[in-house]
Ligand binder design. Structure first.
Ligand SMILES: Cc1cc2nc3c(=O)[nH]c(=O)nc-3n(C[C@H](O)[C@H](O)[C@H](O)COP(=O)(O)OP(=O)(O)OC[C@H]3O[C@@H](n4cnc5c(N)ncnc54)[C@H](O)[C@@H]3O)c2cc1C
Length: 457
């Protein structure tokens, strides 16, 4: 970056809007042990107009740009090189409007997910997207990655909660499609160019979020299941028996439950003796009603021997303790070096897939620890393989991704492709699909300046 460009950027965003030197290198390029930021500068525009002027300037100077939100992404999508500058949305955090009548919230994309959830709830409304990194992940990041999380089963992915969106293209053009209506079949749906495309086509600056009615009550249980086949039977029973209220069906394999409850951080609500543990959550009109429905369901499941044990939570604090077990992915770092995967596959293929993977792992690395958990109702598993050297990363990835080929699986259920999964995109997408993605990228970013090298080569 030339001196000239730094000065011109500063003229647009002001001294407060640009960081250089140690202020850049002291930051990381992602979550947890991600490398230090290598970029030449971090530019922090205060609004869409400033961002548009910054992008226009970068376009004229052929300056590459990496977009960063809360840096909780797990596939290296926000990683920088020494050629890049970073665009951070950290000064664009305003809640622009809550429209109670239309049940929408208009926000700037740097606001974090938890703030949005809390502001909606203060108005008796509900933003259903939820994930463990809620306090740090930004709305822009969740849109760019089409984040899923804990309630996809009932409310869908982030895509299903976005009505309108504003983005800045690589040449600085502002595309404002801030519609508040659910139905809008007027030609191509432009917001979808930016949802799930990981900041490779444009920078999301504002969004109109779809809010739902705040569930007035709910109930949560943790159950133990001994046999994989019973998991899908239990899911079917919960779908039909909870009157459409089922909002989560999260499965932890014994390996995960045993590891996390084995730490000082958690007390095990059920003994760690079963093959699987499931968090079942229902949401509806009142606690009493949902509690009763869930209790009936558990009674039925025990009678049919689908579950071997259960605990139905009686308070918010008990509920939070159960979710804290599921959300405590930090405990997995005890098994470092670890390799983390987020795959999806048909439920019917899960058991043989995991069995085959485990025996292959055992064949290559006798000390390996394979930990599995995930959103089973969405066909999504998180697989963490611990105690395998980082130097064997490619071999582990080949085993995990190669096994998905041909069984209708996806190498990335939620986290996207970024840099880390790019070599394996071919296992989930055909040559024709990848070629079309490249045509779209070329049309919107012909100079390949925005998040270059992410998702596509
Ligand atoms: C503990 C933990 C739990 C998690 N659980 C889940 C889960 O259940 N489900 C799930 O889907 N994910 C989960 N994630 C992953 C992560 O939280 C999501 O991917 C999140 O959406 C990233 O948001 P962010 O603001 O941190 O984005 P970043 O990490 O900063 O960026 C992610 C990608 O989005 C791009 N980007 C960021 N902001 C913008 C913008 N405004 N415009 C355009 N592009 C942008 C970046 O360039 C990058 O490619 C989890 C992560 C952690 C650490």
């Amino acid at each position: 970056m030339t001196m000239n460009l730094t000065e011109e950027l500063t003229a647009i965003v002001g001294e407060k809007g640009i960081l250089t030197g140690d202020d850049v290198t002291q930051r990381q390029d992602g979550w947890h042990s991600a490398p230090a930021c290598k970029a030449q500068a971090i530019v922090r525009p205060a609004d869409t107009g400033e961002l548009s002027a910054v992008m226009k300037l970068c376009h004229e100077h052929n300056q590459s740009v990496v977009v960063q939100g809360g840096l909780t992404g797990l596939v290296g999508g926000a990683r920088t090189t020494t050629h890049d500058i970073v665009i951070s949305l950290e000064r664009m955090r305003n809640i622009v409007e809550i429209d109670i009548q239309n049940r929408t919230m208009t926000v700037e994309s740097g606001v974090n997910l938890q703030t949005v959830q809390e502001v909606a709830e203060e108005e008796g409304l509900y933003y259903p997207v939820d994930l463990g990194a809620r306090g740090t992940a930004t709305i822009g990041g969740t849109i760019a990655t089409n984040a899923g999380g804990n309630r996809v089963l009932r409310y869908g992915m982030t895509r299903d909660s976005i009505l309108g969106l504003e983005a800045v293209l690589p040449d600085g053009t502002i595309i404002s499609s801030m519609s508040k209506v659910l139905k809008n079949n007027t030609g191509y749906s432009l917001p979808h160019l930016f949802i799930g495309t990981e900041g490779t086509l444009g920078i999301v600056t504002r969004a109109v979020l779809r809010l739902r009615s705040k569930p007035l009550g709910g109930a949560t249980a943790l159950v133990a299941v001994d046999d994989f086949a019973n998991l899908s039977r239990l899911l079917n029973l919960a779908e039909s028996g909870l009157g459409g209220g089922l909002s989560s069906f999260e499965v932890m394999w014994h390996s995960f439950y045993d590891l996390v409850t084995g730490t000082d951080r958690h007390r095990a609500p059920l003994p760690a003796q079963s093959a699987y543990y499931v968090i079942i959550e229902t949401q509806g009109n009142s606690n009493e009603q949902e509690q009763e429905r869930l209790e009936n369901l558990l009674g039925q499941a025990l009678e049919c021997e689908l579950i071997s044990d259960a605990v139905l939570t009686q308070s918010d604090s008990e509920r939070e303790k159960i979710w804290a077990i599921r959300d405590d992915v930090e405990a997995l770092f005890e098994l470092s070096p670890i390799h983390a995967f987020d795959v999806s596959l048909p439920i019917s293929a899960m058991e043989p897939y995991i069995d085959t993977l485990q025996s292959e792992l055992d064949r290559h690395w006798t000390d390996n620890r394979c930990i599995v958990f995930g959103h089973l109702g969405d066909g999504n598993l998180h697989i963490i393989i611990g105690q395998v050297p980082q130097s064997d990363k490619a071999a582990v990835e080949e085993l995990v991704y190669g096994g998905l080929n041909g069984i209708g699986g996806s190498i990335s259920a939620e986290h996207g492709i970024g840099l880390d999964k790019k070599p394996y995109l071919k296992y989930s997408r055909s040559t024709a699909e990848i070629a079309l993605m490249q045509v779209i990228k070329q049309a919107l970013d012909p100079k390949n300046l925005l998040n270059p090298g992410k998702v596509l080569s």
